[in-house]
Write a new protein. Structure first.
Lengths: 348, 335
């Protein structure tokens, strides 16, 4: 009996301790694998300090750990916070938990890629980069750089896209935005396009693919997210005789471009070199942009995203009306990357 | 039929074939066949840069595989090398990137943590008598989590080639005026020779083989089973640390926490294709190197002939089935 009592007391102690540490706002991210998330975290912390609220920012070990993220979301709901911020790895996996939160009256604010396909009304607002537009911006910049080469080429020209996966909403939207923009600009100049590679991208792009297209856009997706497999994909693309540009749609893919290029030395902005465009920052990509290996790269505004998220969560918790916020993106090059408005969003 | 069978046996009994080992000949042929096939099918594959890339991507797997070979021969296994390698590289890289340590310091820490986990694995298997599969599965999980915790969940960038501290990348590849020399292969060859000597010519190696063949018999003939079984895992931990350095040096990408799971299978697969027995007591380091090349060539070559992503895994799986089946047949014969 005494033992039982001791156990019960100990359990109560543990529960009260966790209750005491429970934060007002729970944020479930996609993990911290990319430095990008550190900048989101920094922005969220800054805003939380400013507003005087407490946040608990968590994330799974990697971006394939759907189950781990689900259990983190469940813990967040169990902590009964005033609001939850969620960047879902897979909406389907999180669906039941989202319903539970909805039933418990906990408002959910999406961020980063948000919670695409969530049931009507479950997500009050999203604080996110419009990834499709961001991809399109990269497409616009790359097209401007290769326009003359397309005109001068006798046969086909190829534009490679290295994508980490064909599942995550943010990664696919960045790929599709890029492909569609190239297709749109090409059509305006009277060129036809052929899409090759991963079926998801080929099928979901708005571009009309014709078999004898002048511009070939080939998208490769590795079977597993490893540095090696993505580098091999990039190498494979860089080795095609008609390649003129290559785009990596997130930090992982853009870094793989740098690894692949080390042996091939084909990327650059000079005569006959392949135009490279990256996404996000980190020491490797920043160096590639600075030394001219990449024409440029897209950066999101992760710090602003973290700030907007906490701000929106607090508003939602206070019952104020909230709406989607596009946290924006920028194209950075060797010339402008040290400007203040861009440098704040670049991280190592 | 019988005649054919006899001829086959005749080939296997040929003294030269016997001396080199049938499996090793098959593996060498497989490597050559792959190289020739990919070269014929893809012009882009036939270039120096591809050779360098295959070497680049094989270094870290080879190092892991050398270590795992010792564990397999001792009758065990080491599943922790993949996530371990990433964990050790994260810890070392973190000290360099965020704490201002010199690169050599980070490299030493990378190897030292590898050694620590080797000791832990060895102690669990040899002293606590945990099944190696389970013990190292646990350290696989531990290293995966620890890597994230040590770096606060952040990815770590070891210094890039042209920055201060980037010299360590030249240990594996020298790039000078566009000329690329894959010097890492020399480190691999030296390691292969050294560890072949350790395995075949020293007491350590012979005792590890003896333990793998028959642990009880080894104990009864006076072998300090605990000590030598532990040593197999310590060797594996050391080489996992080395693999962490090779990985950080050959990939421009940052090292990301939470990754590495699955890479141990490339190493174990390489060792098994190279003729190391799943049941212990048999294996060679050169065989392991060749086995790793079978895997690396497949991985690099298949995309060049237009077989994407998922096909690579299917074909690698089939190759492994064949290799393990050969192992099973060999064991049947000896039994």
């Amino acid at each position: 009996m005494k033992k039982m009592l001791a156990i019960v007391l100990a359990l109560m102690l543990v529960f009260s301790a966790t209750a005491a540490f429970a934060a007002d706002y729970e944020i479930v991210s996609k993990g911290f694998q990319h430095q990008y998330w550190q900048a989101v975290l920094a922005g969220a912390q800054a805003k939380a300090a400013e507003l005087g609220v407490e946040i608990n920012f968590v994330g799974p070990a990697n971006e394939s750990a759907y189950d781990e993220q689900l259990s983190q979301l469940n813990s967040a709901i169990n902590a009964a916070p005033k609001a939850i911020g969620l960047a879902a790895l897979s909406t389907e996996t999180c669906l039941d938990a989202i319903k539970t939160a909805q039933e418990s009256g906990i408002p959910i604010i999406g961020f980063d890629s948000g919670v695409p396909g969530a049931p009507e009304g479950a997500i009050l607002a999203n604080c996110a980069t419009n990834n499709y537009n961001a991809g399109a911006l990269a497409g616009e910049m790359v097209y401007a750089a290769i326009k003359d080469r397309i005109a001068a080429a006798e046969g086909t020209v190829r534009i490679g896209v290295s994508a980490q996966d064909a599942v995550s909403e943010s990664v696919t939207q960045r790929g599709l935005g890029f492909i569609d923009k190239i297709g749109e600009l090409a059509a305006a100049d009277g060129y036809t396009v052929k899409l090759e590679g991963n079926e998801k991208y080929v099928n979901d792009a708005k571009v009309e693919s014709v078999d004898d297209g002048k511009i070939v856009i080939e998208t490769l997706v590795p079977s597993q997210v490893t540095a090696e497999l993505s580098a091999i994909d990039c190498q494979n693309l860089l080795n095609k005789s008609d390649i003129i540009a290559l785009y990596g749609s997130n930090q992982h893919s853009a870094e793989a471009m740098v690894t692949a290029n080390e042996n091939l030395q084909k990327l650059g902005t000079g005569e006959g070199q392949v135009i490279g465009a990256g996404f996000d920052s980190g020491a490797v990509i920043k160096a590639a942009v600075a030394d001219g290996t990449f024409l440029g790269a897209i950066t999101q505004a992760p710090f602003a995203m973290g700030e907007a998220l906490v701000d929106t969560m607090v508003k939602a918790a206070n019952g104020e009306a909230v709406e989607d916020i596009d946290t924006g993106c920028q194209w950075y090059t060797a010339e402008n990357m040290n400007d203040d408005d861009i440098a704040i969003n670049l991280y190592d | 039929m019988q005649k054919q069978l006899n001829e086959k046996r005749g080939f296997a009994n040929n003294p030269i074939v016997k001396a080199i080992g049938l499996q090793r000949i098959v593996v060498v042929l497989a490597v050559i066949l792959e190289a020739v096939l990919f070269s014929i099918l893809s012009p882009a594959f036939r270039q120096y840069a591809t050779v360098v890339s295959i070497l680049d991507y094989s270094y870290y797997i080879t190092f892991m595989a050398i270590g795992v070979t010792f564990c397999l021969i001792s009758g065990g296994n080491d599943l922790s090398v993949g996530t371990g390698m990433i964990c050790y590289a994260l810890a070392g890289g973190y000290l360099v990137q965020h704490m201002g340590w010199p690169v050599w310091g980070g490299m030493l820490v990378t190897i030292a943590i590898g050694l620590c986990f080797g000791v832990l694995n060895g102690a669990m298997v040899a002293i606590m008598n945990l099944p190696p599969f389970i013990a190292t599965l646990c350290t696989m999980l531990i290293t995966r989590g620890l890597g994230s915790i040590l770096t606060g969940g952040m990815a770590v960038s070891w210094p890039s080639r042209n920055s201060a501290g980037g010299w360590f990348r030249s240990l594996f590849k020298i790039i000078n005026n566009g000329k690329i020399i894959p010097v890492g292969f020399a480190i691999v060859i030296v390691s292969i020779i050294l560890m072949s000597i350790v395995l075949n010519k020293t007491r350590v190696g012979r005792y590890i083989i003896a333990i793998g063949s028959n642990k009880e018999a080894a104990r009864l003939s006076g072998v300090n089973v605990v000590k030598y079984q532990m040593l197999a895992y310590i060797i594996s931990g050391f080489f996992a640390g080395l693999a962490g350095i090779a990985y950080s040096a050959t990939f421009s990408s940052s090292v990301a926490p939470g990754t590495g799971a699955g890479l141990e299978l490339d190493a174990i697969g390489g060792a098994i294709i190279g003729g190391t027995s799943m049941t212990g007591g048999q294996g060679s380091i050169i065989g392991t190197l060749l086995g790793v090349f079978v895997m690396s060539l497949l991985k690099t070559g298949l995309p060049y002939v237009g077989l994407q992503a998922n096909w690579q895994q299917i074909i690698t799986g089939i190759v492994l089935i064949v290799a393990i089946y050969i192992d099973v047949l060999k064991n049947k014969k000896t039994a």
